[in-house]
Design a protein around this ligand. Structure first.
Ligand SMILES: *[C@@H]1O[C@H](CO)[C@@H](O)[C@H](O)[C@H]1NC(C)=O
Ligand SMILES: *[C@@H]1O[C@H](CO)[C@@H](O)[C@H](O)[C@H]1NC(C)=O
Ligand SMILES: *[C@@H]1O[C@H](CO)[C@@H](O)[C@H](O)[C@H]1NC(C)=O
Ligand SMILES: *[C@@H]1O[C@H](CO)[C@@H](O)[C@H](O)[C@H]1NC(C)=O
Ligand SMILES: *[C@@H]1O[C@H](CO)[C@@H](O)[C@H](O)[C@H]1NC(C)=O
Length: 417
């Protein structure tokens, strides 16, 4: 059995048809000015979703394009009701005083995003398996899902089923089993998605150099994923490290190494290649019939410094669309993911595989208030950390699982109609 999902056709990447007037030789200033107007008046993001479904809902609505609107109902869960919450994202336990960030709901421009319904999710998931593959923000989404489901069912921890295979996964990978539903939920921690080796013999540290084998999928997930019905891929957050890139086992370049003997490559070169490798691996995997989601870049919101230079994310309200633009690395990372997704989706369609994009970037760009900020903790340690990367639980990341359920539901409706 697998999650039936309707076929997804990619629309034109850009909905912002640039008026011909811009092609005229206006002064640079005027051009830039007009450009900025266009960017304000159009959705920030290309409309990726046109669907082959006859469901009017699916045809009409891009759920990823919208805004945060005031919402005063209680959140789906609290730190007291979700026993599986870790201190890392338990912002209230860590002392976060403000709660206004919970008073917002994502409102797509063209429709409503239904509230998460745990019973409905578990019914759809009955007898199936779902894996999150990627970095700790993917893990953050899995924890949100565990908390959202905690209202209805408690899973058994079956993490011992898979021994960690990559050097990072020991603390991060985990598996859960919902006996009443025969539903398996797994996290395969693989922040580079491909084989990667720390050069520091003392193990992982932020400054140690990582050897990243761009064309070899990480066995942590690649050897275990075949039987999964639904796979959610995420990566991008670790691409600020010093990385030596390999292809076919040979060094092809480096990011941040300052070594004159190795070609300087961008971090996005690495990101593009690992996304490509991960999606290709699934496309090439014999016996894999799962539905694959690629979750797009999750913006960080450090202000007045970076994570290591005193940056903070102390806002208590969302941005409006006019206040915040996607640019720099987040924009590049997002566009690379969309690009690679489209290529893989086209390949996958030939063999009947379903690929979906979870385009969380636009919604989350507007949520500088959703991170732990100074109320973060190092995972599994009683050490405080400023965290503007992960998301508080409960919080806006719960919306990602509303997106997920939305698509799983849409797929089921379509396939049974
Ligand atoms: C779906 O819509 C197309 C045209 O919009 C129509 O030709 C086709 O018969 C419809 N299919 C179903 C199953 O309703
Ligand atoms: C939940 O958060 C409150 C603060 O809002 C804190 O006092 C309590 O210890 C936390 N409980 C758990 C189980 O995390
Ligand atoms: C949640 O889903 C279940 C099963 O589909 C349904 O019976 C129930 O009414 C839904 N609850 C809400 C609040 O919509
Ligand atoms: C670059 O290569 C040269 C010649 O092999 C060597 O002398 C030099 O130390 C190398 N530089 C670095 C930074 O490894
Ligand atoms: C965690 O650290 C704080 C501050 O250092 C301390 O007060 C608290 O007792 C510690 N908690 C545990 C469970 O060790």
């Amino acid at each position: 059995m697998k999650f039936q999902a309707i076929e997804l056709l990619n629309g034109k990447c850009s909905s912002a048809d640039i008026p011909k007037i811009l092609l005229l030789p206006f002064t640079l200033l005027l051009t830039l000015f007009l450009f900025s107007l266009i960017r304000i008046s159009n959705p920030l993001f290309p409309k990726m979703y046109t669907r082959s479904s006859n469901s009017t809902e699916a045809k009409r609505c891009n759920v990823f394009s919208g805004e945060w609107v005031s919402y005063l109902e209680a959140p789906h869960y609290y730190n007291e009701t979700c026993k599986l919450m870790l201190d890392q994202q338990n912002c209230f336990k860590n002392g976060r005083p403000d709660r206004e960030f919970l008073n917002w709901r994502w409102k797509p421009d063209e429709c409503e995003l239904p509230l998460f319904n745990a019973t409905q999710f578990l019914k759809l998931a009955r007898g199936k398996s779902m894996a999150f593959v990627g970095d700790s923000v993917g893990r953050n989404q899995m924890l949100s899902l565990l908390c959202l489901l905690s209202k209805v069912a408690s899973p058994e921890d079956i993490s011992s089923k898979y021994a960690p295979l990559n050097p990072y996964s020991e603390l991060e990978s985990s598996q859960w089993f919902y006996a009443d539903y025969g539903f398996t939920l797994a996290m395969f921690f693989s922040p580079f998605l491909v084989r990667s080796i720390q050069s520091d013999p003392n193990g992982f540290s932020f400054h140690s150099r990582v050897h990243v084998y761009l064309d070899e999928a990480d066995e942590e997930w690649a050897t275990r994923i075949k039987s999964f019905d639904c796979v959610i891929i995420s990566a991008a957050q670790w691409f600020w490290r010093q990385m030596v890139f390999y292809e076919k086992g040979q060094i092809v370049g480096c990011f941040g190494c300052k070594n004159e003997n190795i070609t300087d490559l961008s971090n996005t070169y690495g990101l593009r290649n690992v996304i490509r490798t991960a999606l290709r691996t699934l496309n090439d995997l014999k016996g894999y019939n799962g539905v694959t989601f690629l979750r797009t870049y999750s913006p960080t919101h450090f202000e007045n410094g970076e994570f290591n230079t005193g940056g903070r994310c102390a806002r208590t309200k969302p941005f409006t669309k006019e206040e915040k633009r996607l640019d720099g690395y987040p924009s590049e990372a997002y566009l690379i993911q969309v690009d690679e997704f489209k290529a893989a989706e086209k390949e996958g369609r030939k063999r009947g595989l379903q690929f979906w994009l979870l385009e969380t970037t636009e919604a989350m760009l507007l949520r500088p208030d959703g991170h732990p900020n100074v109320y973060g903790k190092v995972k599994n340690k009683n050490v405080s950390v400023v965290d503007c990367v992960h998301w508080c639980l409960p919080g806006p990341i719960d919306t990602w699982n509303e997106f997920l359920l939305y698509f799983l539901k849409l797929g089921t409706q379509t396939s049974s109609s």
